[in-house]
Design a protein around this ligand. Structure first.
Ligand SMILES: Nc1nc2c(ncn2[C@@H]2O[C@H](COP(=O)(O)OP(=O)(O)OP(=O)(O)O)[C@@H](O)[C@H]2O)c(=O)[nH]1
Ligand SMILES: [Mg+2]
Length: 365
């Protein structure tokens, strides 16, 4: 049995963590008190935030699992303030993590674009890697592209630090790409959070089970560490009319992925986990689909979980190589930094002008 630590930082990270707890506890309002977690593994969850209100909003995460880092009301999307705040509270945070025992693997979930999560996460990952032997993965949420220049610039600097850092890999979830999961922003958040939570639970289960063909934490690490250290996930679910072949295809398609990627051209390595009743899992179909992908990208780890009577479900983990969507995001981010700089210079010039014009003048009464 694996010992797993899941940390959600900042509002976005906290909420996704709460969704994971909701799924794991079964979702009833009192389930967090009385329910047993659905995890196969031993799982500890921690929500960290600088804003008390964000922590209060959580419904499925126990009070003892919420850590408030005292800092007014969040760090207002300012990563410099966030980094300082992390350093000031680093020992407190590491101590409360350490109290929970030893782990085989940790996941840190946050948005790349806010203040707290985006600045704490790269530093927290470094601190964990420095101090402990276990693997540490990030789950990083990219912003809606129209959320503004500060969010865009935060994202590219957060990603830069994550890519250069010592994490064992990071799963990218793109709000923009997943916008269709809700009609408005609130339902899109809920839909995205639930989707991430369900896939994450599937992943955990498959890393911690006895399979017919085995994939384990070591294979996951090999996939996740490939290429840019960024990866994403795909998912597909079958019904009576959908063969396992179609389900694998779905998991690799736009409708199944969490980030815009052409797996055949832009992925580096992959892990494919297939679950369901034996009668739906035609081995030739599976092999054909997996070989099609592996002939394009190289190494693929494959796992099969047999479940009596269940329709096929497929989870793919794809490490991202050269990606045109990531390039686009960095171009937008760099442009946002330039615009912020220009605006600042304009204001400074205006202030200089005002000062000059008023030089030597006093109000006359
Ligand atoms: N998927 C998803 N994204 C969210 C959610 N809440 C916020 N976001 C996104 O997260 C980004 C903002 O980051 P937050 O996590 O709110 O910021 P924070 O880490 O709390 O930082 P500060 O409030 O600035 O201290 C934006 O891009 C939002 O779209 C959520 O519940 N789900
Ligand atoms: Mg916040």
């Amino acid at each position: 049995m694996l010992n797993v630590l899941i940390i959600g930082v900042g509002q976005c990270g906290n909420r996704i963590l709460d969704s994971i707890n909701k799924e794991a506890f079964g979702g009833g309002m009192l389930s967090k008190y009385y329910g047993t977690q659905k995890f196969t593994s031993h799982v500890e969850t921690i929500a960290i935030n600088t804003a008390m209100n964000d922590l209060k909003e959580l419904r499925f995460t126990k009070a003892k699992d919420r850590i408030h880092v005292p800092y007014l009301h969040g760090v207002g999307a300012n990563r410099n303030i966030g980094k300082q705040c992390f350093e000031d509270n680093k020992e407190l945070l590491l101590r409360s993590i350490e109290e929970r025992g030893d782990f085989d693997v940790a996941f840190v979930i946050a948005s790349s674009s806010g203040g707290t999560g985006s600045s704490f996460t790269p530093l927290l990952i470094e601190a964990l890697k420095e101090r402990y032997k276990f693997s540490v993965y990030g789950i990083i949420v990219l912003p809606f592209r129209e959320e503004g220049s500060i969010y865009l610039q935060n994202s590219i600097f957060c990603l830069k630090e994550i890519i250069a850092g010592s994490s064992d890999g990071n799963i990218i979830v793109d709000n923009q790409f997943l916008k269709h999961l809700g009609k408005d922003i609130k339902s899109a958040y809920d839909g995205i959070n639930r989707t991430v939570a369900q896939r994450f639970l599937f992943l955990l289960k498959s890393l911690d089970s006895e399979m017919m063909m085995v994939t384990d934490l070591g294979d996951f690490k090999t996939v996740m560490s490939a290429g840019s250290k960024l990866a994403t996930m795909g998912f597909g679910e079958g019904d009576k009319n959908l063969s396992v072949k179609a389900v694998i295809k779905h998991s690799l398609s736009h409708a199944g992925l969490l980030f815009e990627l052409d797996p055949y051209k832009e992925a580096n390595r992959a892990m494919i986990i297939i679950e369901g009743d034996k009668k739906y899992l035609n081995i030739n179909d599976i092999t054909t689909e997996v070989e099609k992908l592996s002939s394009e990208i190289g190494q693929i780890f494959k796992g099969v979980l047999l479940r009596n009577g269940e329709m096929p479900r497929v989870l793919t983990v794809l490490s991202i190589g050269a990606s045109s969507e990531l390039n686009k995001l960095f171009t937008m981010g760099i442009d946002a930094v330039r615009k912020e700089k220009e605006k600042r210079e304009q204001v400074a010039e205006q202030n200089r002008g005002i000062k000059e014009k008023l030089e030597g003048l006093e109000p006359q009464y």
